[in-house]
Design a protein around this ligand. Structure first.
Ligand SMILES: NC(=O)C1=CN([C@@H]2O[C@H](COP(=O)(O)OP(=O)(O)OC[C@H]3O[C@@H](n4cnc5c(N)ncnc54)[C@H](OP(=O)(O)O)[C@@H]3O)[C@@H](O)[C@H]2O)C=CC1
Ligand SMILES: CC(=O)N[C@@H](CCC(=O)OP(=O)(O)O)C(=O)O
Length: 339
């Protein structure tokens, strides 16, 4: 089966990564590519690594251009997806890389994003409990945020088994591509190089409610999250350290081994090895390591992903595969680029 796919936001980082993965997908034909202000430009000027598509000219983002495809990936800024998706019709599989349809609670959406809620779609994190079932056959997918992906996968087995308290701490270091391609002073090379900086400190980052939503759904009760993001001088990658007090004894390693034994993309590393962002660069892999701080009786999980791959575009393609009944790993490299 060949599916015809359009990508909105093809000039951006997430759209570019979707296209990089789709170029290696055996069942995909790439159709319309759209942008905002860069409409009319050749893709090769903006995404020079996507050589087979370099002569494609970016169209304006409209339902007319995106219509007539089996699948539409939306890699647009927050708040732009709902209107386009509503005009694409129920038979098109729409995969939104933005936040518009991630949160289930309208009040949460209004508080954190300051606009009216466009509704909740099936969440593109198949490794969560019952995650795959929600994606099979769906025509709408909300791709998770990159920090919620890595921290939810790091903590899900512990939460599911009631091992930890209902208050977790996540400190996650991210590369700059997580902030998108548009110009921002704090992302200039001279600001970022040679420096680490925190932002969204003190429970103010908009991924906090998304992480709470994921962990609380697994626990069946509210799980609170203290989340601190850190910007690092890397183009890609997230390394998250997640911890919580242990409240129930259990063989932590065995629980994590069992949880992810059959997952094609989530890898619990051997006991003496720790995740690195370099090891997952460009791949849909998640590397995990878990340990217990015996003095504090605290669970510590470290996890690495590529924010643009498993953190966005890889999850989007993985979700497409599940929704359409294609092999889940199609088009998704499971190994990173090293060194
Ligand atoms: N970067 C990441 O690691 C992650 C990103 N995401 C989500 O993916 C989405 C895209 O992010 P990212 O690629 O990083 O952002 P970029 O800024 O790199 O890209 C944004 C894209 O949207 C287009 N665009 C901007 N404004 C409009 C508009 N008014 N109408 C139509 N198109 C428009 C841009 O086109 P033009 O070039 O013409 O301006 C560009 O193609 C966001 O919702 C983001 O939250 C999710 C998880 C992780
Ligand atoms: C480094 C950096 O700035 N990262 C982004 C998160 C990227 C992501 O996952 O975002 P969306 O929720 O926007 O889809 C941020 O903190 O806003």
């Amino acid at each position: 089966m060949t599916v015809r796919v359009a990508v909105a936001g093809a000039s951006g980082y997430a759209g570019g990564e979707v296209l990089r993965l789709l170029l290696g997908h055996p069942d995909v034909e790439i159709g319309a590519l759209t942008a905002g202000g860069n409409a009319g430009a050749r893709l090769g000027q903006l995404q020079p690594h996507l050589l087979p598509l370099s002569d494609r000219v970016l169209a304006e983002t409209s339902a007319e251009t995106l219509g007539g495809h089996d699948v539409v990936f939306l890699a647009l800024p927050h708040g732009h997806s709902a209107e386009v998706a509503a005009r694409l019709g129920p038979d098109t599989l729409v995969i939104d890389c933005g936040a518009d349809h991630r949160l289930t609670d309208a009040k949460d959406w209004e508080r954190w994003y300051g606009s009216s809620h466009a509704g909740h779609w099936p969440y593109g994190l198949p490794e969560l409990p019952n995650g795959r079932e929600k994606l099979k056959g769906t025509k709408r997918v909300a791709v998770p945020g990159c920090y919620p992906t890595v921290s939810s996968l790091a903590l899900a087995p512990a939460v599911e088994h009631g091992l930890i308290a209902d208050e977790v701490v996540v400190v996650a270091v991210s590369g700059t591509s997580g902030a998108g391609k548009s110009l921002k002073t704090n992302l200039l090379g001279s600001e970022v190089m040679g420096s680490l900086s925190v932002y969204g400190v003190g429970g103010t980052h908009r991924h906090t409610p998304e992480i709470i939503q994921n962990l609380s759904a697994i626990a069946g009760r509210r799980v609170n999250v203290s989340f601190t993001p850190v910007l690092a001088p890397l183009p890609r990658g997230i390394l998250a350290t997640c911890s919580a007090p242990i409240v129930k004894p259990g063989n932590v390693r065995e629980i994590y081994e069992r949880a992810y034994a059959d997952e094609p993309f989530v890898h619990l590393l051997p006991e003496d090895q720790w995740p690195t962002t370099a090891a997952v660069l460009g791949s849909n892999a998640v590397q995990l390591q878990v340990t217990v701080d015996e003095d504090l009786q605290r669970l510590v999980v470290v996890a690495a992903i590529d924010n643009l791959t498993k953190g966005t575009a890889g999850a989007a393609v993985q979700s497409m595969n599940i929704a359409l009944g294609l092999p889940e790993t199609a088009g998704l490299s499971s190994v990173g680029v090293a060194p």
